[in-house]
Design a protein around this ligand. Structure first.
Ligand SMILES: [Zn+2]
Length: 179
């Protein structure tokens, strides 16, 4: 999914957990920043493409991105650290162990990881063969064939627009029901 959708889902996740202001911000950041390494790699290859070829070359950039996305690389580690459910589970455990006695820090970090988890679930169901590694760091290959691909033409606007409207509707509905 695209970053705005992840932001909305992170926000709704925060509200479902009943997070306060600081935790909500952490949760939305966790939902949005999981793709940061991917974006940085794309910008680097985009600049490299213009430097070498003087124009945009989609095939050239895709080949470079696939090379570090699917193979052992810094991107595989950085990307799946906050995409793999197993890795997020490990990080949550580390956070619980290391932040004993620092409950404010622990709450913020766990809220950030809750946002990362919402991002992971969305990516798992919206990628067909190029989603998160499900068991990383235990396994370097297993990915789920999602329900649909958000790369499909027309899908981003159609599905993501509907998703954003539904989630906001759900959130507003839950607020009204509580009043
Ligand atoms: Zn992602």
């Amino acid at each position: 999914m695209k970053t705005p959708t992840h932001a909305v889902v992170g926000f709704v996740t925060a509200k479902l957990f009943g997070f306060g202001r600081g935790q909500t911000i952490a949760c939305v950041l966790g939902a949005c920043l999981a793709d940061l390494p991917l974006m940085l790699a794309y910008v680097y290859f985009l600049m490299s493409c213009f430097w070498r070829h003087g124009h945009y070359d989609a095939a050239y950039i895709k080949a470079l991105m696939d090379g570090i996305y699917f193979e052992q690389s810094w991107l595989l580690v950085a990307h799946n650290m906050f995409h793999s459910p197993v890795s997020i589970g490990y990080l949550s455990l580390i956070c619980l162990i290391c932040c004993v006695g620092r409950s404010a820090v622990r709450r913020i970090l766990l809220a950030y990881l809750a946002g990362s988890f919402s991002h992971s679930i969305l990516d798992i169901i919206s990628h067909m063969g190029d989603g998160p590694l499900l068991l990383w760091p235990l396994d370097d290959e297993l990915r789920m064939m999602g329900l649909f691909s958000h790369w499909f033409m027309g899908m981003p606007l159609l599905v993501e627009g509907v998703a954003v409207i539904l989630l906001f509707g759900f959130y507003v509905g839950s607020r009204v029901a509580r009043v």
